[in-house]
Design a protein around this ligand. Structure first.
Ligand SMILES: C[S@@+](CC[C@H](N)C(=O)[O-])C[C@H]1O[C@@H](n2cnc3c(N)ncnc32)[C@H](O)[C@@H]1O
Length: 283
């Protein structure tokens, strides 16, 4: 195995920080050989089959072009479950796990019956909520057919029941079915001007329509989804957003101006504004 480990290290040295190269090594050997971190140490002198070494060489070659490891291996972990990912769908992020965790903790006693996830992507939020709230009917909406194909597959693989549909939140006219208990969204929120600060593995590979919003209208998705939620949540129902950490106050103001109650911003584990919770007034 030493030969393969050397290939990973020498090819990626200088392209990624050492900690990330160790992380890739663990991911690759776990995926191809089923090795844990301890196994990697124990099997250092094991000779890997030629076929495995060739697979490692091909993965390393793709990593050297900054392709995300999750796209190369075809999956990512989210809240302890495996989700298929690939071209056309955003890789679930740890911040979004914190959003889902917040929703689960705050609604344990409410036992929600109807939940909608807008901009669902891989379906990671919708599926995790469907697995956490046994009796809830969960829907996941997105504009992208490619993303929804992954979401469907992920629901099947994780044995979750979610209803999926194509919906453009910027064009959708809500029908006023006031019965949802929770509406959640992690919409595109990265400013075009923030592109310059982002890593190549994101910019060159992940779908830009999942990430970016114009600098001159950064809250367009929040505005549109809050309008839908105001019409479709039941009185007292909850709206949850993941937000750009620079937009906490602006999002808060937007919701206040639209009559939302009990607006709270929560910070993520890095101490940045990341989640907004708001409640639809009880008329
Ligand atoms: C930041 S990603 C979130 C994906 C997933 N919910 C997650 O947390 O990993 C935003 C998603 O919004 C979708 N999207 C972009 N524009 C949209 C629109 N106008 N209507 C509905 N969905 C849209 C993209 O296809 C993408 O899947």
């Amino acid at each position: 195995m030493q030969y393969s480990l050397d290939l990973i290290r020498t090819t990626l040295r200088g392209l990624y920080p050492p900690g990330e190269i160790s992380y890739f090594t663990r991911m690759i050997l776990e995926e191809l050989c089923g090795f844990t971190t301890v196994d990697i140490v124990l099997h250092k002198d094991t000779i890997l089959r030629d076929e495995i070494h060739k697979k490692i060489a091909s993965i390393v070659e793709r990593l050297s072009h900054y392709e995300p490891i999750q796209y190369i291996l075809g999956s990512a972990f989210f809240c302890g479950r495996r989700f298929a990912v690939g071209k056309g769908v955003l890789i679930p992020r740890p911040e979004t796990e914190e959003l889902v965790d917040c929703i689960i903790r705050h609604n344990r006693d409410v036992k929600p019956s109807y939940i909608a996830d807008y901009c669902t992507g891989s379906g990671c939020i919708a599926i995790t909520l469907a697995k956490s709230f046994d009796d809830a009917k969960v829907e996941g909406w997105d504009i992208s057919e490619a993303a929804l194909a992954f979401a469907c597959r992920n629901a099947r693989d994780n044995e979750a029941t979610v209803e999926w549909g194509i919906r453009d939140v910027l064009a959708y006219e809500p029908r006023g079915n006031c019965y949802y208990d929770i509406i959640v969204s992690n919409p595109p929120y990265v400013l075009e001007s923030e592109k310059a600060t982002m890593e190549r593995n994101v910019i060159d590979y992940e779908p830009h329509n999942a990430l970016f919003v114009p600098d001159e209208n950064p809250l367009l998705f929040y505005d549109a989804i809050a309008r839908i939620a105001r019409s479709e949540l039941r009185p007292g129902g909850k709206l949850y957003f993941e937000i750009n950490s620079r937009m906490g106050d602006a999002c808060c103001k937007l919701l206040q101006n639209k009559g939302w109650k009990e607006i709270v911003i929560y910070k993520d584990s890095s101490g940045l504004d990341r989640i907004i919770e708001a409640e639809k007034e009880i008329c």
